[in-house]
Design a protein around this ligand. Structure first.
Ligand SMILES: *[C@@H]1O[C@H](CO)[C@@H](O)[C@H](O)[C@H]1NC(C)=O
Ligand SMILES: *[C@@H]1O[C@H](CO)[C@@H](O)[C@H](O)[C@H]1NC(C)=O
Length: 398
C-alpha cells in the first residue's frame, strides 16, 4: 500500500515536472503589427494597432517577438507596459515616424517601455522623432513653465535588458531616457540631431545601475550622454561623440540629496567638434551629495572646446548668480591617456568646491594641444587635491 502511494506520488511528480518543462519549452512566437491592423503608409496612425499587438505579445508565456516589418509606420505617443508573461524581443526593421501635429506632441514620451524584465529592442530600424516640428516650441531657457516635449525612447523600471542596433534621428527632446533601470546593455546605436537642436540629449540616465553602453555614435544639440543623480556602475566604451555637449556627469546637487553617483567609467572614445569632452558639473549652491569612483581613459579629443572639465559652480538659471559653494563631494577621479586638440586655450579646467575640495583626483598622461591665438594650451584649477603622473600638457594643475 505504502509502495503504491509512493509510486503514485512519483507519477504525479513526473507529470507536474513535464508541465513545467512544456511551459518552458513554448516556442518563440511572432506578433506582426500588420496582423493587428498596422499600415506602413507613413500616414495612418498605428498607435492602437501597436497596443493591440503588445497586449497579445505580453500575454504569451514563451518568448514573444513584437515584429515591425520594413516600411514607415506613423506612431503616436505610446507606452508598452509589463510585466509580461515571457521575455520580449521588440524588433524594429522599418521606420517609426512620430507626429508633427502640435495638438498631439506635448507629452513626455514618444515610445515608452515600463516595468519589464528581459526586454530586447533591436532590428536595425529607425526612430524618426520629426523634431524640427517641435524645436521652435522649446522655450525652456526663457520660460520656466515651458511645455514638455517627448523623449523618443523612455525606459522606466526595466531590468536585465538590451538595446542593440537601433538608429534614432531628430528627437523632439532626448533620444533615450533611462530611469530606475538595472542591468541593461545598449550597443550599436546611432543617435543624431542637429547641433543647434534644443535639449536633444543622446542618452540620459538617472537612478539606474549596472548599465553598459558600447559602440555608439552620438551627435546632437545637447549632451551625448548625461548621467544624473543615482547613476551607479556605468560602463561607457567605444563612443563617438560630437557635435554636442560631450559626456557629462550631472548636474548634481539639485535634488535627491541621498542619490549618490559612483562607479562610472568612460573609455576608448572619441570626441569630435563637441563643446566639452568629459565633464562633471554640480550646482552651486547645492544639496549635499557625492560623486566618486569616476574614470575617464583612452580618450581622443578633436576640436573640442573644453576637453576636461569639473565645474562645481554650475549655475545655468537666472537668479542663481550668488557666490556660494557646492556641497557635492567629488572624489576618486582619474583622467588617464587623454589626448588631442582643444578648441579653446584652457584645455583642462577643474573648478572644485571651496567648501568641499575635490579629493584624490589623478591626471595621468594628458596631451592636449591648442593651435589658436594666445600661446600654448593651459590648465586652470582650484580646490583640487590629487596627483599627476606621466606626460602633462598642459601642466601645472595638480
Ligand atoms: C551585457 O553584456 C555582458 C557582456 O558584455 C553580458 O555578460 C551580460 O549578460 C549582458 N546583459 C544583458 C542584460 O544583456
Ligand atoms: C570645430 O568645431 C566647430 C564647432 O563644431 C566647427 O564649426 C569647426 O568647423 C570645427 N573646426 C575644425 C577644424 O574641424
Amino acid at each position: 500500500m505504502a509502495k503504491k502511494s509512493g509510486f503514485r506520488t512519483l507519477v504525479l511528480l513526473l507529470f507536474s515536472l513535464s508541465i513545467v518543462y512544456v511551459n518552458c519549452a513554448l516556442p518563440p512566437r511572432t506578433f506582426d503589427v500588420r496582423m493587428y491592423g498596422a499600415v506602413a503608409d507613413g500616414k495612418t496612425d498605428n498607435t492602437k494597432a501597436f497596443l493591440r499587438t503588445w497586449e497579445d505579445a505580453c500575454e504569451y508565456g514563451g518568448r514573444s517577438r513584437f515584429w515591425i516589418p520594413r516600411g514607415t509606420f506613423l506612431l503616436g505617443s505610446i507606452s508598452f507596459e509589463g510585466s509580461c508573461k515571457g521575455s520580449m524581443a521588440f524588433l524594429i526593421k522599418g521606420t517609426l515616424k512620430a507626429t508633427t501635429d502640435p495638438q498631439q506632441f506635448f507629452t513626455d514620451t514618444w515610445i515608452g517601455f515600463r516595468y519589464l524584465d528581459k526586454l530586447t529592442v533591436k532590428g536595425g530600424g529607425y526612430l524618426d522623432g520629426q523634431g524640427a516640428a517641435a524645436w521652435p516650441y522649446n522655450d525652456c531657457s526663457r520660460n520656466s513653465n515651458c511645455r514638455t516635449l517627448p523623449t523618443t525612447l523612455r525606459f522606466d523600471f526595466v531590468t536585465n535588458s538590451a538595446v542593440n542596433n537601433i538608429k534614432s534621428v531628430n528627437s523632439k527632446n532626448s533620444h533615450i531616457n533611462i530611469f530606475a533601470c538595472h542591468n541593461m546593455n545598449i550597443s550599436n546605436i546611432r543617435l543624431t540631431a542637429p547641433a543647434n537642436s534644443p535639449n536633444t540629449d543622446g542618452i540620459h540616465i538617472g537612478t539606474s545601475n549596472k548599465m553598459k553602453i558600447s559602440r555608439a555614435v552620438i551627435g546632437t544639440g545637447d549632451d551625448c550622454i548625461a548621467m544624473v543623480s543615482g547613476s551607479r556602475d556605468i560602463d561607457i566604451d567605444n563612443v563617438a561623440c560630437g557635435p554636442g555637449h560631450g559626456i557629462s556627469i550631472g548636474s548634481l546637487g539639485r535634488s535627491h540629496a541621498s542619490e549618490f553617483v559612483s562607479g562610472i567609467s568612460v573609455t576608448n572614445s572619441i570626441f569630435i567638434g563637441s563643446d566639452n569632452g568629459v565633464r562633471i558639473k554640480t550646482m552651486a549652491p547645492s544639496l549635499h551629495s557625492k560623486a566618486s569612483g569616476l574614470t575617464f581613459q583612452n580618450l581622443f579629443m578633436r576640436n573640442v572646446s573644453n576637453p576636461i572639465v569639473i565645474d562645481q559652480q554650475y549655475c545655468p538659471y537666472q537668479g542663481c548668480r550668488i557666490q556660494s559653494s557646492s556641497a557635492v563631494q567629488i572624489q576618486d577621479v582619474t583622467f588617464r591617456n587623454i589626448m588631442g586638440i582643444s578648441r579653446t586655450q584652457i584645455a583642462v579646467n577643474l573648478q572644485c568646491s571651496g567648501a568641499l575640495p575635490c579629493k584624490n583626483v589623478k591626471l595621468i598622461n594628458i596631451d592636449l594641444g591648442y593651435h589658436g591665438r594666445g600661446g600654448k594650451a593651459k590648465s586652470l584649477c582650484s580646490n583640487v587635491i590629487g596627483y599627476s603622473y606621466g606626460k602633462q600638457i598642459p601642466g601645472g594643475c595638480i
